[in-house]
Design a protein around this ligand. Structure first.
Ligand SMILES: *Cc1c(COP(=O)(O)O)cnc(C)c1O
Length: 391
């Protein structure tokens, strides 16, 4: 017989910030168990299937025995070439597929590993708040300290780079930025990227730009790649994902491009931790990157219809909503006197609508909630009608 032992979890696990969304998960389960006809607008996961031609390519690729062995961690050259071709076509940016592209098992994987490649204990990483929780958590796992850059409405949800203290800048290694932005739906313009590149160069800080939503845009206003700006490649890399663009969140495929040294350092971490993306998925990824723009235009049109319906509906009810130019999120101000959690709870318990409290993305997100456009227009209209009754 052996005696049961207790191993203390590591400090980095105990130091994890409280997971606010766990509370909401519990409320969701409770509502479902009561038989509520829930309208779930809380998840950043496309609700429509991966386009057929991509699935078909996967079906064929999966039978190829060459794909049944270990892939290379950097990714097949043909996949990296497809990435470079896509960048050329979409952004007119030329990349060397051998040295400036690395494949990722979803961009979350690359973002999560980035601090391991560059951050020593005590170093700072500049992270947007509200923001994708992976940036501060990955920083913490590497022993670094996250410095929160508030994204405020009055600054168009861009970080105020001039307000970061000198003491922080001296010890900062990386800066994470994310446009089009989750959760606010904000976009960055050329002027911001120009300023960011100068900031990175002046302070010797590597830019990590998360561009997961660059293809989810509205009104034909195409977001920029920060690599389109002069000097970008000297100071940063850009993370991309096939998840949102091609409805492929479950497939786990993404990539990082840009600065050679950063790509190599991330690759070095990966080669010691994972063994690359299943090659059949990379083949499907090549197919995805070559998708006819007509297919994507149709998907964008669908989201635009949903955005317009929800924006119009909520605005009519007197709610203050930032109209997003991209992403599939609406960032909505809570009515006076209600916190993010209050408003989320009210909508769930009184209207059967699940949203995400802004405070879950960081303190400056307090006072807002996020709606995801992941249900058809008919359900969005139903949601608006229910909210009208509650307010
Ligand atoms: C969805 C999302 C991603 C993409 O994650 P994958 O791992 O590629 O599926 C990256 N960044 C942000 C901010 C996201 O919302």
């Amino acid at each position: 017989m052996s005696k049961k032992i207790t191993i203390e979890p590591a400090k980095r696990v105990k130091d994890l910030p409280p997971y606010l969304f766990a509370t909401i998960d519990k409320m969701k389960v409770k509502a479902l168990s009561k038989g509520v006809d829930l309208i779930d607008l809380s998840i950043g996961d496309p609700d429509t299937p991966t386009p057929k031609h991509i699935v078909e390519r996967m079906r064929k690729a999966v039978t190829n025995p060459a794909h049944h062995q270990y892939p290379s961690y950097v990714g097949m050259l043909s996949f990296r070439q497809a990435v470079a071709d896509w960048y050329k076509k979409r952004f007119n940016v030329t990349l060397d597929p051998k040295t400036e592209v690395v494949s990722l098992i979803g961009s979350k994987e690359g973002i999560g590993h980035m601090p391991l490649a560059f951050v020593n204990p005590g170093d700072y990483v500049l992270v947007p708040s509200p923001g994708y929780p992976v940036y501060p958590v990955a920083t913490l796992f590497a022993g670094g300290k996250g410095y929160e850059m508030p994204l405020l409405e009055k600054n168009d949800y861009l970080p105020d780079l001039d307000s970061i203290p000198e003491t922080v800048l001296k010890k900062a290694k990386l800066i994470f930025v994310n446009y089009p932005n989750n959760p606010t739906g904000a976009c960055a313009d050329r002027a911001f990227y120009t300023k960011l590149i100068k900031f990175a160069s002046d302070n010797n800080i590597l830019i990590c730009h998360d561009a997961a939503y660059s293809e989810m845009y509205f009104d034909e206003e195409k977001p920029l790649s920060f690599l389109q700006l002069p000097g970008a490649r000297n100071v940063g890399i850009e993370f991309h994902s096939l998840s949102k663009t091609y409805n492929m969140t479950g497939w786990r495929i993404g990539f990082a491009v840009g600065n050679k040294d950063a790509v190599a350092a991330l690759g070095k971490i990966k080669s010691n931790i994972d063994s690359g993306i299943f090659q059949a998925i990379q083949e499907a990824g090549i197919e995805a990157l070559q998708t006819d723009d007509k297919v994507l235009a149709k998907i964008r049109k669908m989201y635009q219809g949903r955005r317009d319906a929800l924006y119009k509906g909520l605005t009519k009810l007197g709610l203050e909503v930032s109209k997003p130019k991209a992403t599939f999120y609406l960032w909505v101000r809570c009515p006076k006197g209600l916190s993010s959690m209050d408003f989320t709870t009210l909508l769930l318990n009184k209207a059967g609508i699940l949203t995400t409290p802004g405070s879950g993305f960081g303190k400056p997100g307090e006072g807002y909630i996020r709606f995801a456009l992941t249900v058809p227009v008919k359900r969005i209209k139903e949601a608006v009608a229910r909210i009208e009754k509650v307010l």
